[in-house]
Ligand binder design. Sequence first.
Ligand SMILES: *Cc1c(COP(=O)(O)O)cnc(C)c1O
Length: 352
Amino acid sequence: MSRFLNEKYQKLDAYTPGEQPQDKSYIKLNTNESPYPPSGGVISAVNETEIKNLRLYSDPESARLKTALAKLYNTEAENIFVSNGSDDILNFAFMAYGSNGVIFPDITYGFYSVFAELHGIPTTVIPLNEDFTVNTSAFMGKNKLIVIANPNAPTGIALSLEVIEEIIKSNPDSIVLIDEAYVDFGAESCASLTEKYDNLLCVQTFSKSRSMAGARLGFAIAGKEIIADLEKIKYSTNPYNINRLTQVAGIAAVTDNDYYTENCKKIIQTREYVTKELEALGFRVLDSKANFVFAKSNKISGMALYEALKEKGALVRHFDKPRICEYNRITIGSRKEMEIFIEKVKEILGEL
Ligand SMILES: *Cc1c(COP(=O)(O)O)cnc(C)c1O
C-alpha cells in the first residue's frame, strides 16, 4: 500500500476470488464455472467482423441485448439493466440503496460485506439457522437494503418464491435485492414479481448457467425507476462497460436459450449423482439447488480434504470460517469429471 491511498480504503478487506491456477491443469471445481462451452451461436457471433469492429465503442445502451433479454423474461427493455458481470450490479446497488444500512445472512456470498465496507454502509448480518437455511423472519419489516442470494452460496439452499414475496411485501420502503446467480439450476426466479413490486431488484448473470464467466456479463430485472437509478450510476462511472464481443455473445446466448436449459438439466442430474456418492461415503451434503454442493465428511476435516484433493489435481473451494470450515464447496462439472472426483475422494478416505 502506498502512503497516498485514501484513508477510507486503507483498511478495506478486498474480496478473495477462488484460485485460477495458470500452471498445471486441475479438475477445476472451485469457482462454479460451467463445464460446457458456450453455444454454437455464441461461437459464431464472435467473428472476424465483430473483432474488426472493436475499433468502435460498444453500444452504451446495449439495446439489442436488452431487447433479447426482455423477450426471454416477458418484460420490456426498460425493465432490464446489463453490466460488466453481476458483481458490477451488486456494487451499483449497494452504492444506490445502502444509505440506511444493509442486511444479509452471515454465511453468504463474500462480496456483500466487501461492497458494504467499500461504501461505508452499516451492516447487519443475520446468522443462518442451525440447518443452514436463511432465517427469513429476521428479514421482515426492516428499513434497510436487503440482500439475499437465492439459492444461497455456498450452501446451495433455496428459498421458495412465497417466502421471498413475504420479504418484499414486508419491506415496502427499502430495496430487496435477490441475487439469482444460481437460479437456473432448480430454484424459482422472482423475475416475474418485479411487475408487482417497485422495491424488488432481481439480479442474474451469464457466468454460471450460460457458460460465459470470462465474458463478464450480468443483468438485472426490476421496475423502470430502479433500472433508471442503475443506469445513472453506470453512466457516471463507465458507460461502455460491456464490450462489443460480450454484447454479441450475450445476444446469441439468449437466442440459444434451449441449449443452456439442457446443460442445466445435465448439471442437475450430475449433482444428484455426486450427492448420492458423497452420502454413501459418509458425507453430509446440503440440499443444493445450485451448480455446486456443500459437503462435509465424517472422516476428514474440510481443510485436509481440500489439500488432499489439490494434491491429487482436483480444486474445490474451502472457506476457513467459523461454522463452515468442515465443509467444501464442490462445483458440479461434467459427469466424467465428477466420476474422477469421486474416485479421488475414495482414494483419500482409503489412505486415512
Ligand atoms: C458468481 C456469483 C456472482 C457474480 O457473478 P459475475 O456475474 O461473474 O460477476 C454473484 N453472486 C453470486 C452469489 C455468485 O456466486
